[in-house]
Design a protein. Structure first.
Length: 197
């Protein structure tokens, strides 16, 4: 005649099974949490931070205005698109600025679309140079006022394809994250370069 297992033994086996399940679930949670923390650390270790700075300078006999794009983050920034607004309205060129520059000004520009800006790198996206005496003080003031009426936004991504838009002014000044960057129809600085030639 077979012996029935005692109630104490059944309780011990049940408690042992429940304990094993709890330990397994706890180990699974710890593994998931560690993976999440490691992913966050990986993203943080390559986080780009684009800053956009307009400048007006006078260096000796030359005056200039321009735009610098700097990556103040710790990882590379992949530039996807650049756009301009003048007094809040989208613009595809800078004709009002070109009209105020003196004849014979020099123009320097570089393409930004698809460019990888390394951490700590500064790119002078566009600049205009002319002899310091070529504009009267009134003309210089008009050019400065016109220059400040323009805003630039740059959409860029990290190597993990997390994307942000950096802006120079307004509600979105600074950078805010976006799901993806829009595909540009043209390279803004290439177009401005062709316009200024």
């Amino acid at each position: 005649m077979a012996r029935k297992p005692s109630r104490a033994r059944l309780r011990f086996e049940t408690v042992g099974s429940i304990t094993a399940i709890i330990v397994g679930v706890a180990a699974l949670y710890v593994s998931w949490d560690q993976a999440r923390v490691m992913r966050a650390q990986q993203h943080a270790s390559v986080l780009p931070a684009i800053q956009i700075d307009g400048f007006q300078t006078r260096d000796g006999d030359m005056a200039s205005i321009g735009l610098r794009i700097r990556n103040a983050g710790v990882g590379p920034a992949i530039i996807s698109s650049v756009s301009l607004t003048r007094l809040g309205q989208p613009s595809e060129d800078i004709a009002p600025i070109i009209e105020l520059l003196p004849e014979g000004f020099d123009l320097s520009w570089t393409t930004m679309i698809g460019r990888v800006v390394a951490a700590g790198e500064t790119v002078e996206a566009i600049s205009f140079h002319w002899p310091a005496g070529a504009l009267s003080s009134e003309q210089g003031a008009a050019l400065g006022a016109e220059w400040t009426s323009w805003d630039v936004s740059v959409c860029y991504c990290s190597v993990f394809e997390r994307c942000w838009i950096a802006e120079t002014r307004g509600v979105g000044a600074g950078a805010h994250s976006v799901r993806a960057c829009p595909a540009p129809d043209y390279d803004l600085f290439e177009r401005i370069g062709a316009q200024g030639l």
